[in-house]
Design a protein around this ligand. Structure first.
Ligand code: NAP
Length: 326
């Protein structure tokens, strides 16, 4: 496993973070227990969950299965639906109860909302930290401007700042390259990337011209069918590259994610223990600069607008790519 520095702190987190969104949804408690065990044994110490997953059931499962293992985990959870002051401070209490612990390591606002009160949110997050219920706070799905705006409020008031932004990133969804990754490099923001396999599209189980497999998330999520229709050639090209390199497509897609400057950890989501190994292999799979460039081009999904898309602070030339892998 490789480890990366958690923002401006001295803490080390694994470059792979175990996502638990399928615990209680596509895998039961026993399977979830085994998934967690394999991940921890592989050196993963970063674990992600949320109050919203399976309406709290995922946190309950995690609470039951992390008994005796809590000190090996840097655990993140996220606020439930409301983001007013009372909802935030109430949400962490409910999460801690389900998780059967007295604090989490990282507590995130899950989604921004129209009309949100940033002062109230930052005050609530600061109170969560001051009361010892979370060591650090952050957000998910925030645009770069909102992250900077929130931290200006925190700085003005002497409150705990956001240290992490959890965002979607994969070969198809690349919007974060425009501002979020450059902001992360400049400000040492922890970036955790979710959906590295595009909900499974980048695993080889979905192929152009073939029916979506029934026992898959694609059977209940229209995005898979939509992406397959739009990016069928890209999927074929990507799977061909994985075959040429003799590597599992999930390994390749996750390794691509980890190569980007500014990404701290990719959040690996699995529905069964048997799927985990391919993602774990990504930590040790070293892409060359040429392979990275070829992969990056395969879906033709770079954000190309003049305003932002080609901003000079984030270029993918090898000499500018840096990693603080331990
Ligand atoms: N902050 C947010 O808003 C947000 C949103 C979404 C997710 N997340 C976090 O990110 C994590 C990952 O998200 P995600 O699950 O959507 O990620 P993903 O990597 O895009 O998709 C994971 C899915 O791909 C399939 N898969 C994985 N490995 C496979 C393999 N080796 N062979 C075949 N299929 C494989 C499985 O689907 P099947 O069940 O079809 O096999 C699995 O559930 C979540 O657990 C959660 O912690 C955060």
């Amino acid at each position: 496993m490789k480890y990366r520095t958690f923002g401006t702190t001295a803490e080390q987190v694994s470059c792979l973070c175990l996502g638990t969104m399928m615990f209680g949804v596509r895998c039961d408690q026993e399977e979830s227990d085994q998934i967690l065990g394999v991940a921890l044994d592989a050196g993963i110490n970063f674990v992600d969950t949320a109050a919203m997953y399976c309406d709290g059931r995922t946190e309950e499962i995690l609470g039951a299965i992390c008994s005796g293992r809590r000190d090996r985990m840097f655990l993140t959870t996220k606020v439930h639906k409301g983001i007013d002051y009372d909802s935030i401070v109430g949400s962490i209490d409910e999460s801690l109860q389900r998780l059967q612990m007295d604090h989490v390591d990282l507590f995130l606002i899950h989604w921004p909302k129209q009309g949100m009160d940033c002062v109230q949110i930052m005050r609530a997050l600061n109170d969560v930290v001051e009361r010892g219920k979370a060591r650090y706070v952050g957000c998910s799905n925030y645009p770069a401007w909102l992250y900077a705006h929130s931290n200006a409020i925190a700085a003005e008031n002497g409150w705990a700042p956001l240290v992490c932004n959890q965002v979607p990133y994969n070969l198809i969804e690349r919007g974060i390259e425009v501002e979020i990754l450059p902001q992360a490099v400049a400000g040492k923001v922890v970036i955790t990337t979710y959906r590295p396999l595009a909900i499974g599209l980048l695993t080889g189980k979905y192929r152009p011209g073939e029916r979506l497999p029934e026992d898959s998330r694609g059977s209940g999520d229209h995005r898979l069918g939509d992406w397959l229709a739009e990016y069928g050639d890209g999927v074929s090209g990507f799977l061909g590259m994985a075959a040429d390199l003799e590597v599992h497509p999930a390994t390749l897609a996750t390794a691509w994610n980890l190569y980007a400057s500014g990404v701290t950890s990719a959040i690996i989501g699995v529905s069964s223990k048997s799927q985990l190994d391919a993602s774990i292999q990504a930590a040790d799979f070293q892409l060359s600069a040429e392979q990275y460039a070829d992969l990056t081009a395969v879906f033709d999904t770079e954000v190309k607008e003049v305003a932002g898309g080609g901003f000079v602070a984030f270029r993918r030339e090898p000499e500018l790519l840096k990693s603080d892998d331990a």
